[in-house]
Design a protein around this ligand. Structure first.
Ligand SMILES: [Zn+2]
Length: 282
């Protein structure tokens, strides 16, 4: 073997002196990612519990989790982020001090991603998306259900704009209990009575706010559209026929004048919600 540690056979051998200089680092056998919920005290003691262990573990570990290299006295000089109290983080396991026992020893981890912040950002985005519904019912879960229900109604043939107008008119019905339904549904046109019952089945007893939220969502879809359309045929004056569903949409006076002048206008089909930009051929 020569001085560089290259063995005669050509294979590279570790150099004993060089190995001694480097601080030995604990090496995990495999890269493991876990989610951890941290506790942080006023004196900056930070420790966590495993919320979701790595799929590679046969059983969820119940060890205390520490941030690798962190101590409370390092708090002011620590490079990088530290979790706040009750935050959930995606972490990379650096060391399991007792890998053979899932309940003993500790886990030392490196922080990868703040999942609490990520969830908050996602929730804020969703709140923004569902804003028209949340003005009436401030529950995200219900907003998601209303979106699904609205799509189902549209799939079943309810026209977008017409549906919005009918459902908005339902807000005047005085339905508080199941036994009010038959009397109140009789106040609407016979072909809409089935719709009253369908909505009642979904509204969990909150008729007024549910109907308002549903109408608000349909109105919102009327302005933003539901899907990319494949064009409109100008039928004359303010009327355009949707290439997707062949229903006619009447644009506003302003929009139709723009179209006549050769400007590009965007039309949302008031029946199926297909949205498309149209421009007169010059
Ligand atoms: Zn259409």
């Amino acid at each position: 073997m020569n001085l560089l540690g290259i063995a005669e056979k050509g294979s590279i051998q570790p150099i004993p002196e060089a190995r001694g200089k480097e601080k030995p680092r604990p090496q995990p056998k495999e890269v493991e990612f876990i989610t951890v919920v941290f506790c942080r005290t006023d004196s900056n003691v930070i420790q966590g519990v495993v919320k979701q262990d790595s799929a590679k573990q046969p059983a969820q570990r119940t060890k205390i989790v520490f941030i690798f290299g962190y101590k409370p006295e390092k708090n002011s000089t620590w490079q990088g982020p530290l979790p706040l109290h009750e935050e959930e983080w995606l972490c990379h396991v650096i060391q399991d001090t007792l890998p053979e026992n899932p309940r003993k020893g500790v886990l030392k981890v490196r922080l990868i991603e703040n999942l609490t912040t990520k969830q908050k950002i996602a929730e804020e985005k969703e709140r923004h998306y569902f804003a028209p519904i949340l003005q009436h019912i401030n529950i995200l879960e219900t907003a998601r259900e209303i979106e699904k229900f609205a799509l189902q109604l549209l799939n079943d043939g309810l026209g977008l704009k017409h549906g919005f107008e009918i459902i908005k008119s339902f807000a005047s019905l005085n339905i508080k209990y199941g036994w009010d339904v038959s009397g109140e549904k009789a106040k609407v046109m016979p072909r809409h009575q089935e719709l009253v019952v369908k909505i009642w089945d979904n509204c969990e007893g909150c008729w007024q706010s549910y109907v308002s939220a549903l109408a608000a969502w349909l109105e919102h879809l009327c302005s933003v559209g539901l899907r990319e359309g494949s064009g409109f045929l100008h039928l004359g004056k303010r009327d355009f026929r949707c290439n997707n569903c062949h229903a006619t949409t009447r644009t506003s006076k302003d929009e139709s004048q723009k179209y006549v002048r050769g400007e590009k206008i965007t039309i949302v089909c008031e029946h199926c919600g297909a949205k498309c930009a149209v421009q007169k051929d010059s």
